[in-house]
Structures are given as structure tokens and as C-alpha cells.
Design a protein around this ligand. Structure first.
Ligand SMILES: Cc1cc2nc3c(=O)[nH]c(=O)nc-3n(C[C@H](O)[C@H](O)[C@H](O)COP(=O)(O)OP(=O)(O)OC[C@H]3O[C@@H](n4cnc5c(N)ncnc54)[C@H](O)[C@@H]3O)c2cc1C
Ligand code: FES
Length: 264
């Protein structure tokens, strides 16, 4: 059962231009949160904006959680105004987490832009089962490669790419995956980023026979399975199951469950 809680802002920093990390005191939510799950955050005070906004859990601490977010529009702009000591209301944790199995030979974390947000918690979970995460991190340009140093400090292998070639390989996170995956034997891939990137990650993994866990984004209203605002086409037997709710059946899907040709 998700909680709805008023949480104190413990810290809130700008980590790159228009990108922020907010850390909240939320012990009950932290206890139930798993990497890949998300929370619906009330980004304003009062009734504006009316709908909460979804954000993946970035890190899970004993007494709280953090979120990493990019200012996209009005809601995230309002969220960026909260200061340490303020109170933010959140609902969560919601959705299905990334499955983490011990004993895989290689764990690839494929992140495009702000798609890196759920990966610090996932990297910690992989390390906890004895694995070494390999973080393939891409962004438009060097200063938007967020968290690279943190992943290195955790002991992850980190490989970088940028669209403009200002740091690392000139290309996308999936280009890095294609370069590194090899036969794919004993590997598992986790991907988060724009839809086009997820589709390319899915195709690469399918060709190599590797399971790809993709964290999808969709516009959400309720965040908890009721309104059907967040559906994506799925490869399911029955007509009734053919639209999957990102908030309830996801946001993490086995990429083979998604009907990518019918996705927008
Ligand atoms: C499960 C889930 C987890 C997410 N985790 C994170 C995260 O960890 N960090 C982060 O920065 N963002 C995350 N997002 C996206 C985030 O919710 C949106 O950027 C945010 O809701 C935008 O709100 P806004 O009011 O600022 O922008 P709006 O004014 O609502 O929209 C501004 C622009 O952003 C686009 N947009 C709005 N919502 C979404 C969305 N859900 N997906 C794609 N595009 C959108 C709009 O089409 C518009 O172009 C996540 C989304 C989902 C569904
Ligand atoms: S956001 Fe309402 S069902 Fe998913």
C-alpha cells in the first residue's frame, strides 16, 4: 500500500543547469521503496497544479529518499523552489521495481539524459548482490552527464557518450551498449531514457537474446492504476490486457512485453 505523507525537505541542490536533487525525510516510504519505483509529488501548494508529478526514486536511505529531476515545465519549476526545511507531500512508493538477480555475469545500466535518475539505487542493489554495474551514460553534452563520478565512487564501471562529442564517445547510450554487449551471454540490461532510446535498447537486446528491463515514461494523472491516462500498447494475449498501465504494470517492463511498433 503506498503512503501519502508530508515530508520535510532535508536537502535540495542544483546538480547541473536545470537539474536538481531533492532529498526528503520519508522513513516509511524508504522502507518499502525498491529501485525503479516512483512517487507522485505534489509540486505546488494549494490546488495548483492540480495533478501530482511522477518521479523515480533516485536513492533509498534509512530515513528518506532522494529524487533527481530536470525542469521541464511549470510543475518542475515550482518544485525547484522548495528549500530545506519546507514540507512536500508525496504519494508512494508506486509501481514495479527493477528485478535484481544475483549471479549474472554482466549488469548493464543504460541511461539517456535524466533517464539516469533511478540508477543510483539500482546500482546499490546490484552491488549488494555481488555484481558490478556497468553504467553506460549518455547526454546531449558534457555538463549534462549527471552522476558519473558518483557511480565511479560506488565501484561501477562508467562509460560516457554525448550527442555533440564533448565527452566520451559521440553517440547515444545504445551505441555504447552495442559496442560493449558482445555475445550478451550472462548479461542483463536495464534501460531508462527517451522512448526512442528504449526502443533501440530493446531491439539491440532482442537481437542478442538478452533480457532488457525498460523503465517507461508516460503522462500520469492518478499514478495508481485508476484513470488509464498512462497506458502503453503491450504484447498480450487478450484484448483487455493489451493496454498496460505504466503506473501499475510498470514503469519497469520486460521490453518484450511492449508493442514497440504501436508506441507513439
Ligand atoms: C514513472 C515516471 C518516472 C519519472 N521519473 C522522473 C525522474 O526521476 N526525473 C525527472 O526529471 N523526470 C521524471 N519523470 C518525468 C516527469 O514526471 C515530468 O518531467 C514532469 O511530470 C513534468 O512536469 P512539468 O509540470 O514540469 O511539465 P509539464 O508542463 O507537465 O510538461 C512540460 C513538457 O514535458 C513533457 N512531459 C510532461 N510529463 C511527462 C512525462 N511523464 N513523460 C514525458 N514527458 C513529459 C510535456 O509533454 C511537455 O512537453 C518521470 C515520469 C514517469 C512517468
Ligand atoms: S496514471 Fe492513472 S492509471 Fe496510470
Amino acid at each position: 500500500m503506498p503512503f501519502v505523507r508530508d515530508c520535510e525537505v532535508l536537502a535540495h541542490q542544483e546538480v547541473a543547469a536545470d537539474h536538481y536533487r531533492i532529498t526528503l525525510a520519508a522513513p516509511e516510504i524508504a522502507k518499502q521503496a525498491r529501485p525503479g519505483m516512483f512517487c507522485m509529488i505534489e509540486v505546488g501548494t494549494g490546488f495548483y497544479p492540480f495533478l501530482r508529478r511522477p518521479f523515480s526514486v533516485e536513492r533509498i536511505h534509512a530515513d528518506g529518499i532522494s529524487f533527481l529531476y530536470k525542469v521541464e515545465g511549470e510543475g518542475t519549476r515550482l518544485l525547484s523552489r522548495f528549500r530545506a526545511g519546507d514540507t512536500v507531500n508525496i504519494q508512494g512508493p508506486l509501481g514495479r521495481p527493477f528485478p535484481v538477480e544475483a549471479g549474472m555475469r554482466r549488469y548493464f545500466l543504460v541511461a539517456g539524459g535524466i533517464g539516469v535518475a533511478p540508477f543510483p539505487a539500482l546500482a546499490e542493489a546490484i552491488i549488494a548482490v555481488g555484481g558490478t554495474p556497468e553504467v553506460l551514460l549518455a547526454a546531449r553534452t558534457e555538463h549534462l552527464l549527471i552522476g558519473a563520478r558518483d557511480f565511479s565512487r560506488m565501484g561501477c564501471r562508467v562509460v560516457l557518450a554525448t550527442d555533440d562529442g564533448s565527452c566520451g564517445m559521440k553517440g547515444t547510450a545504445v551505441d555504447l551498449l552495442k559496442q560493449d554487449l558482445g555475445t550478451g551471454e550472462g548479461s542483463v540490461v536495464y534501460a531508462c531514457g527517451p522512448m526512442a532510446m528504449l526502443r533501440a535498447a530493446h531491439e539491440t537486446c532482442l537481437a542478442a537474446g538478452v533480457v532488457c528491463w525498460a523503465s517507461l515514461e508516460a503522462h500520469m494523472a492518478c499514478g495508481d492504476g485508476v484513470c488509464m491516462r498512462c497506458v502503453v500498447p503491450a504484447n498480450r494475449e487478450t484484448e483487455a490486457e493489451r493496454m498496460a498501465r505504466v503506473c501499475r504494470e510498470g514503469p519497469v517492463f520486460d521490453s518484450r512485453d511492449i508493442n514497440w511498433t504501436a508506441c507513439p
